[in-house]
Design a protein around this ligand. Structure first.
Ligand code: ADP
Ligand code: MG
Length: 214
């Protein structure tokens, strides 16, 4: 099977639908991860958010631009999920959508830049940096991997696959970290030895993107 060359509106919808399915499948695991170093709501929050995204996209009917799909998804996450992750993911997807602008189809370079805008939105809103044991520890290597693959001449499909693998590696690296942002930081050194839940859900988001364009 040959992957897509451009992320169009249908692929963006598919990305969101696959993310919704993945967080539903992994709800209990995300909840367990968050129960260990947070308050145990991450799985439920992600499912609530992406279920609302699916409903909002269905209600919106035809959207011809991938940017419009992601702007709506981001706005919906911000308004439907309390806690840290809703506004963070919501701002990220809004930034991705905004960066895609009025492109009817975005190529690897445009998608890479848009994902970078998403990463930056998370950092701006949450004030975290790499190494703080947050979702950024998956986003940062994922975007870097995506851009690296595109710069090397890789297709959108290959870049998204590479990004998903890098997100996974980044998430694994949160295990030995001590949390410096978010609820897990209240635990101090006791946060060490656990995978960050937001990094785990970020892997699902990037895996869903790879599947949507692959
Ligand atoms: P809450 O912590 O409000 O219960 P969730 O459980 O849904 O929200 O999400 C927790 C995840 O959010 C963490 O695992 C972490 O990845 C992410 N997170 C929390 N605070 C920040 C922050 N300031 N910057 C980036 N990510 C953060
Ligand atoms: Mg939580």
């Amino acid at each position: 099977m040959v992957g897509l060359e451009l992320l169009d509106a249908d692929a963006a919808r598919d990305w969101m639908a696959r993310t919704a399915a993945a967080v539903l499948d992994e709800r209990d695991r995300l909840t367990e991860l968050d129960a260990a170093i947070g308050d145990g709501d991450h799985g439920v929050s992600m499912v609530r958010g992406f279920t609302a995204v699916s409903a909002a996209l269905a209600a919106a009917g035809e959207l011809s631009l991938p940017g419009a799909v992601l702007l709506l998804a981001g706005r919906t996450l911000v308004s439907s999920v309390g806690g840290a992750s809703g506004p963070l993911y919501g701002s990220a997807l809004r930034a991705v959508g905004k960066a895609l602008g009025d492109a009817g189809g975005a190529d690897g370079k445009q998608v890479g830049a848009a994902l970078g805008a998403g990463r930056d939105a998370i950092a701006a809103l949450g004030g975290a940096r790499g190494g703080d044991k947050t979702m950024l520890d998956a986003w940062i290597p994922a975007v870097a991997g995506f851009e690296f693959a595109v710069a090397g001449g890789g297709s959108l499909d290959a870049a998204a696959q590479f990004a998903a693998g890098a997100a996974e590696g980044g998430a694994e690296e949160t295990v030995p970290m001590e949390a410096r942002k978010g609820r897990a930081s209240y635990l101090g050194p006791r946060s060490v030895g656990h995978l960050d839940p937001g990094a785990a859900s970020t892997v699902l988001l990037f895996r869903a993107l790879a599947d949507a364009v692959g």
